[in-house]
Structure formats: structure tokens, C-alpha cells
Ligand binder design. Structure first.
Ligand SMILES: [Zn+2]
Ligand SMILES: [Zn+2]
Length: 189
């Protein structure tokens, strides 16, 4: 059976990010017979998802919403993507979140840009390589989807290494290690 991962925008985000991610994810999950679709509708970023004190969005609330979507429409997997900073309990920020073995995952691309960490970001944003950004997005997307396929964090040379900084994300490979691949295979059968 063909398994479909649905990508959905949350708030304002250029469709080109989703198109690139679709292509890269299809290659990335090639051996699992998955395809990737981009949902036309997007999720509105409502004020009540925003924590007013630290100006970050509540990852868990957004994840709950995605999960509700997946459940109602019986989607195999849904991955929400937004360009706003997110956080959850016990973390100052998240690159992404997912519940293990669940149907929904969420990633934020805000902190995957160098410009996030530099003042007067407009100047620097232009200098950033789209290719680097796309690779970071792919890593975080595969990582969070990996959690939905039952994976925990991994110490091997593997995309399931946890990232606490952009440097961590850049350091880890885009691939799953062999034991993690086996675990995904077992999880899906
Ligand atoms: Zn993780
Ligand atoms: Zn691994």
C-alpha cells in the first residue's frame, strides 16, 4: 500500500519550500514506498497559539491541531511547516516536535536560517544559500517523521541525533543509520 505524507503550511510561507521538501522527502523515504503530497489549504496562525511573553508559538498546540486533522481525515502522516519560532515545555525552542508513533509532526524553519541569529537580518538573508536551508529543512523533517515511525534519538551517525543548535543540525547526516532504517521497516509492517 502506498503511504502518503501530507505537507501543510501553517501561516505565511512560500510554497517553494514545500515543493522542495516534497521532492527531497520522496527521495529520502524512497525505499518505504511513500509519496508526499502538498495540501492546498493552510492552517491559520491564530493569536491564541502565541505566547505573548516570549513571542514564540506553542508547538504542542499546533501539533494537537495537526493530529486532529490527521485523525479526522485518516491521513497516514501529516507534517506542518511554519516560519515562526516555536517552543514547548522544558525547551526554550524547538526545531520541530512529534509524538513517538503518532500521525503528526511539526517543524519550524525560523531557526534554520543563519539570519535568525544575526541582527539586521534582511541584509544577511540574501546571502544565505537556499540549498543549505533546504538540507536543514529536510533533516528536521526526516527527524520528526522518524519519531512518528517510532524512533527515539540515536547516537550513531544518523539524522535521529538530537539537535540543540543549528551547528548540531549541520553536523548530523541527512540519512538514517542502518539500525534506525530497520526499526522503521519493522514499525511499518
Ligand atoms: Zn527528536
Ligand atoms: Zn540511528
Amino acid at each position: 500500500m502506498l503511504k502518503t505524507i501530507y505537507l501543510i503550511r501553517i501561516g505565511r510561507l512560500d510554497q517553494s519550500y514545500l515543493r522542495d521538501l516534497k521532492t527531497n522527502l520522496e527521495l529520502g523515504f524512497n525505499e518505504f514506498n511513500m509519496n508526499v503530497e502538498i495540501l492546498k489549504k493552510k492552517i491559520k496562525l491564530r493569536r491564541n497559539y502565541l505566547d505573548k511573553t516570549n513571542k514564540q508559538y506553542k508547538a504542542q498546540k499546533l501539533l494537537d491541531l495537526l493530529y486532529k486533522n490527521a485523525k479526522e481525515k485518516k491521513l497516514f502522516r501529516i507534517l506542518g511547516i511554519l516560519d515562526k519560532d516555536i517552543y514547548s515545555k522544558n525547551f526554550n525552542f524547538n526545531f520541530g516536535v512529534a509524538n513517538r508513533g503518532s500521525h503528526a509532526a511539526l517543524i519550524s524553519i525560523s531557526r534554520l536560517r543563519e539570519s535568525f541569529y544575526i541582527e539586521s537580518s534582511d541584509l544577511y538573508r540574501k546571502l544565505e544559500s537556499q540549498e543549505t536551508l533546504n538540507e536543514r529543512i529536510l533533516k528536521e523533517a526526516k527527524h520528526e517523521l522518524g519519531h512518528t515511525f517510532g524512533l527515539k534519538h540515536c547516537l550513531n551517525d544518523c539524522v535521529m541525533q538530537s539537535s540543540n543548535s543549528l551547528r548540531d543540525t549541520d553536523k548530523k547526516p541527512v540519512e538514517f543509520c542502518h539500525p534506525c532504517l530497520i526499526k522503521i521497516k519493522n514499525f511499518l509492517t
